[in-house]
Design a binder for this molecule. Structure first.
Ligand code: HC0
Length: 589
């Protein structure tokens, strides 16, 4: 332990802790910009400077470790003047058109400039803005260099969390900028559209591409029937953007709000998550049968999940020889979209050409996924517009809805009923847990031997988790699985996906099934979720997801009555003709 004083308050912290961490321990807030809890220290913006008694030079609190007897002043005149000047200099290079900025009200630089009354600055008119680029080509992300303050949070995110390196630092000194390979649009480089950079950008330099106006236009068009689906991880985070605390479950209020916004049908991606389990679970069993019973040698095992569009883009770019390991099952968003404009449109008597299919997702890559050419199985674009959790919150505010006081509403039927297994898709390990609940029961005829269906080994925030499940006394049809230990692996964040795929590539992995989600924590940490994000916030969201699961009457996908019904009425059987036509796809390098 190291003892020091922060603003005359005594504090003890572990050796190696920074001044910033010590200050937080005694509830002294030091402003930061380039610092982010998920990222390594950069120390390049200098907004967090503090005075160390006895030293002339100011110190960046985020980058300097504590030492015994240190005395720190975080609010001296010297510190206040320095911080103000630093913020003024940052603003002098920032296109500060705050009132028209998409990030207005949510920009960290704007908050600091307000806090330090930067309007008095003499620098503001002195540094003219140079020519700048606004890259709007991606369906998911907009990059506006004129708003960039070069803190490099995005670069560190793309490199450290995702191991992509699509964003990088180019040039030096005053010319330094955040760029891409040959300064190409992000759509043309290895960007996976995950939006993790958007989640960590303190200003409006990186934002999601919004489709709010397109959705309003559809709602206002009397000739259109607008259906909306809501992803699992939206219901446990939307409240954060509407003045509620992290971890509050707002499923019922969200459904009520969507109805108030004017959607014609409010349906659930969790329903198609249950459907995904049936299709993907059966695909896994078929692959295992072909390998273990029929001794086929060209079947790709381990099979990996295929529902995270950032992960799909990553494997296409980074491990193109392993694309056949992906399950052919489309994501729940896209299964929903394909069925909305076929099965559902037919059921309710709406011409699919007049149907507009909207999804609310925690993810910016879902905007890209909806635009992929593979996603037109209905004969139309299966999902027309994707809005993020943040955009839905903006729509709720625009509509003047007092979200907190809304009553709880239920989803419409059909395609609205879901199980606990569908809900947990939103957390890392959730797809694996949902699949195991069903696969084990299909194979053995017995419920999985875990406490109350909670398969704890696949849960948690550990970067890569492994779990195995021994099959004993299966039903006669699955006798080749008797005694087989089904080995699984779960990874979240693409740098962890890379580690797992390197093992697969090197022949060091003996897994049967791998779940990969592109974002830290799974979709609950998606690039479209409310800001800010941190390990603590993601933990609270995960707890909320498992609470929602525990509170569900039905917790296994194959017991969802609306899933049983769609096989009776339309799909006939898992992996059948209709499923292949609408619910499965393959990707080519
Ligand atoms: Fe996810 Fe999904 S769980 S990718 O993380 O599978 O975005 O929440 O909607 O499609 O269901 C995101 C979240 C989804 C899909 C589902 C899957």
């Amino acid at each position: 332990q190291v003892n020091l004083k922060i603003d005359h308050l005594s504090v003890s912290v572990d050796a190696g802790a920074t001044i910033l961490e010590a200050a937080r321990k005694v509830n002294v807030r030091i402003p930061t910009l380039c610092h982010h809890e998920d990222l390594c220290v950069a120390g390049n913006c200098r907004v967090c400077v503090v005075e160390q008694v006895g030293l002339d030079r100011l110190q960046p609190a985020c980058a300097i470790p504590v030492s015994e007897g240190m005395e720190i002043l975080t609010n001296s005149m010297k510190v206040r003047n320095a911080r103000k000047q630093i913020i003024e200099l940052l603003i002098s290079e920032h296109r500060a058109e705050c009132t028209t900025c998409y990030k207005n009200g949510k920009c960290e630089l704007q908050s600091l400039s307000n806090e330090y009354i930067v309007g008095e600055s003499g620098f503001l008119p002195l540094v003219p803005l140079k020519g700048y680029t606004i890259d709007e080509f991606s369906p998911s992300i907009i990059k506006d260099d004129s708003k960039c303050i070069r803190c490099q949070r995005c670069v560190r995110t793309c490199d450290q969390i995702q191991s992509i390196g699509a964003l990088t630092v180019a040039h030096k000194g005053g010319e330094m900028k955040i760029s891409t390979f040959f300064d190409k649009p992000i759509y043309e480089v290895v960007c996976t559209n995950c939006g993790q950079c958007v989640n960590r950008c303190p200003t409006g330099a990186l934002t999601e591409k919004t489709y709010i106006n397109e959705v309003w236009n559809a709602i206002d068009n009397p000739d259109k029937f607008v259906v909306v689906q809501t992803a699992p991880a939206v219901r446990i985070a939307l409240g954060e953007a509407l003045d509620m605390d992290p971890g509050e479950i707002v499923t019922g209020k969200m459904v009520a709000a969507l109805r108030r916004l004017g959607f014609n049908a409010v349906l659930d991606t969790d329903w198609s998550a249950d459907l995904t389990i049936i299709e993907e679970g059966n695909e896994l069993l078929q692959r295992l049968k072909r390998v273990l019973k029929d001794k086929e040698t060209d079947v790709k095992i381990p099979m990996t999940t295929s529902c995270s569009p950032g992960w799909i883009k990553f494997i296409e770019h980074t491990f193109p020889d392993f694309l056949e390991h992906l399950s052919t099952a489309k994501s729940p968003q896209q299964m929903f979209g394909a069925l909305a404009k076929t099965f559902y449109a037919n059921k309710i008597g709406v011409d699919p050409s007049n149907m507009v299919s909207v999804s609310v997702m925690p993810c910016t890559a879902k905007k890209f996924e909806a635009n992929r050419p593979e996603m037109r199985a209905s004969g139309y674009q299966d999902v027309d517009f994707v809005v993020t959790t943040r955009e839905l919150a903006m729509m709720v505010k625009q509509a003047g809805i007092d979200f907190k006081s809304l009553p709880d509403d239920d989803y419409d039927s059909i395609m609205g009923e879901s199980t606990g297994a569908g809900v947990i898709f939103g957390a890392t390990g959730g797809v694996m847990e949902a699949a195991l609940r069903t696969v084990y029961e299909v194979v053995t005829g017995r419920e999985i031997p875990f406490d109350g269906l909670n398969i704890l080994p696949v849960r948690g925030m550990e970067e890569v988790r492994e779990a195995s499940l021994k099959i004993e006394n299966p039903l006669p049809e699955w006798d080749f699985l008797d005694g087989v230990e089904v080995k699984t692996c779960v990874a979240h964040g693409l740098s962890n996906a890379k580690k797992v795929m390197e093992k697969v590539k090197n022949g060091e992995a003996d897994y049967h099934f791998i779940e990969i989600m592109a974002c830290p924590g799974g979709c609950l940490g998606g690039g479209g979720q409310p800001l800010p994000t941190s390990p603590e916030i993601r933990k609270k969201r995960a707890e909320a997801i498992y609470r929602e699961d525990a509170g569900k009457k039905i917790r296994k996908s194959h017991e969802n009555p609306e899933i049983i019904q769609i096989y009776e009425d339309f799909l006939v059987e898992p992996l059948g003709h209709k499923s292949h036509e609408l619910l499965h796809t393959t990707y080519t390098p």
